[in-house]
Design a protein around this ligand. Structure first.
Ligand code: ADP
Ligand code: MG
Length: 314
């Protein structure tokens, strides 16, 4: 009897482990890129009224989108694909994080479930609004700094085109552009990639120049009333054609207060702290020099001292 129960328990445990392992493997192999994860019923959402671009620009955008795109990676908010000519990145928003999961949607609309449902819905909607606001603001006033070529934040009826994607496991997907939501951007290299390359060959002057280009980009953003609430400076900023750019604008925020030095110095400190941490961990042999350089630049741009040891960690 006992041994039969044990056997059943063992079988249940084994099935649970197998299920868990298969799910993890599926996520690892595919990054869970599916059509339903990049589509959303926008009729329930706010409107982001992005004016149609002039015809010559639209023709260029459609030409760019007529080439196939191959998966390059993901973050928390987007799936990113690279164009065949390696010049552009096409991003699809990850709606799976922007709407309540099925078991929350299934909850009955009666207390106390109703409150949970409403609370989760509101939280997800705030996330979606923040993401789309970031792209809308960048498109409107921060286009050069983000090297955006196009944003599609609302359904349209004039693109009349599909784009071909090859997902992480090489499966071909045909995505109708009018009804999906995406951003098209110049392809660059991430700050992390650039500095790793420079430091791998011990090119400290080049690494310092890269760091300074990124810090100056932040300062220019503050002066124009923009800050990035996403602190992942190493992955979310980078370089294209030799200039620094903000490749992830999903948490870009317009805020007039950020123009003031006493406000932006805190924001800059967080970026500097992230860079400092990265170098300390990944390139300890160059840390003394680069950490001193970071402190000098911070002082130059804010008039305040940066102390890596005391910096505010997120
Ligand atoms: N324009 C680009 N050029 C090169 N790589 C990019 C570009 N945009 C995104 N990537 C790569 O894809 C990743 C995810 O894109 P990102 O815009 O940061 O999405 P998320 O908002 O989900 O973090 C980035 O960290 C980067 O590695
Ligand atoms: Mg990112």
């Amino acid at each position: 009897m006992i041994s039969r129960r044990l056997k059943i328990l063992f079988a249940i445990g084994l099935s649970a482990i197998a299920f868990f392992a298969t799910t993890r493997l599926y996520y690892y192999v595919t990054d869970d890129f599916t059509m339903s994860n990049i589509t959303h019923d926008m009729s329930q959402e706010r409107e982001w009224s992005i004016p149609r671009v002039p015809l010559d620009q639209e023709t260029r955008i459609k030409a760019i989108l007529s080439q196939p795109f191959t998966y390059i990676g993901k973050g928390a908010q987007c799936y990113a694909f690279e164009s065949e000519d390696h010049q552009y990145v096409l991003k699809f928003f990850k709606f799976k994080h922007l709407r309540p999961v099925w078991y929350i949607r299934m909850l009955p609309s009666i207390p106390p479930f109703k409150n949970i449902k409403v609370e989760v819905e509101q939280r997800k909607r705030r996330k979606l609004n923040m993401l789309f606001d970031g792209y809308a603001e960048a498109w409107k006033d921060y286009r050069q700094e983000s090297d955006l070529i196009y944003v599609h934040l609302q359904p349209t009826d004039y693109l009349n085109q599909s784009v071909i994607l090859y997902d992480k496991i090489g499966i071909k997907r045909v995505i109708p552009l009018d009804e999906t939501f995406f951003a098209l951007q110049r392809k660059g290299v991430t700050f992390k990639h650039q500095i790793n390359k420079q430091l791998a060959i011990g090119d400290l002057p080049a690494a310092k120049h890269s760091i300074d280009q990124i810090l100056q980009m932040y300062i220019r953003g503050y002066q124009r009333g923009f800050s990035d609430q996403d602190r992942g400076v190493m992955d979310n900023t980078g370089f294209v054609d030799g200039h620094a750019f903000h490749l992830d604008v999903g948490r870009l925020k317009r805020d007039d207060n950020i123009r003031h030095i006493e406000v932006y110095q805190k924001d800059l400190k967080q970026a500097v702290s992230k860079i400092d941490d990265f170098i300390k961990k990944k390139h300890p042999e160059h840390y003394p020099q680069l950490s001193a350089f970071l402190s000098d630049q911070y002082k130059l741009y804010t008039g305040s001292d940066f102390s890596a040891a005391q910096s505010e960690k997120i």
